[in-house]
Design a protein around this ligand. Sequence first.
Ligand code: SF4
Length: 219
Amino acid sequence: MLTKKQWEHCLEEMDRMFPDAHCELVHDNPFELTIATLLSAQCTDVLVNKVTKDLFKKYKKPEDYLAVSLEELQQDIRSIGLYRNKAKNIQLLCEKVINEFNGEIPQTREQLVTLPGVGRKTANVVLSVAFDIPALAVDTHVERVSKRLGLCRLKDTVLEVEETIMKKTPKEKWSKTHHQLIFFGRYHCKAQNPQCGTCPLLDDCREGQKRLKKGLVKL
Ligand code: SF4
């Protein structure tokens, strides 16, 4: 497992590689971010942004999503995976936001996860990106990179990964670390083709060292 010192070194290197890592879902307010994050489950941010470009012009507030039929909303997001279920959740979410939260996206994790289609990951993204509240959302990139590095155990659940990263990272760095891990996983330590040969974390990385020993890394 990575020592505290090794993890600090990883954070410094990711800082150098991705100083401007940020949320890539285009949005103008917490409501739009919540909708975009809900749509992004099992789907790329690029595709979500393509769809929300028109979607957010047509639907500006929760009432707008309820003013159309479910079928119409489904058609408007049909290029996104699981669009039927997501459209249903969006309408239920809007109903709840209007009825229970005065038309505004709530600002606590406990309240956010009561919204249909919003799990812990989405709630953490909204807390950290929209409201600047320290939180760390574990998506596929964050989980893969933490496990490859040896920061977490391979058998750890998503929640255990989140807890470990939070425990080992200063609170004021949680949000930034979340985005840097995503960028690092999306553009460098990719699922299919990790760039171990040029990786500044190779010396400390459990998976990288394994690949090196197997002759899979070209230096
Ligand atoms: S050494 Fe390879 S597996 Fe490890 S973090 Fe770098 S790119 Fe990923």
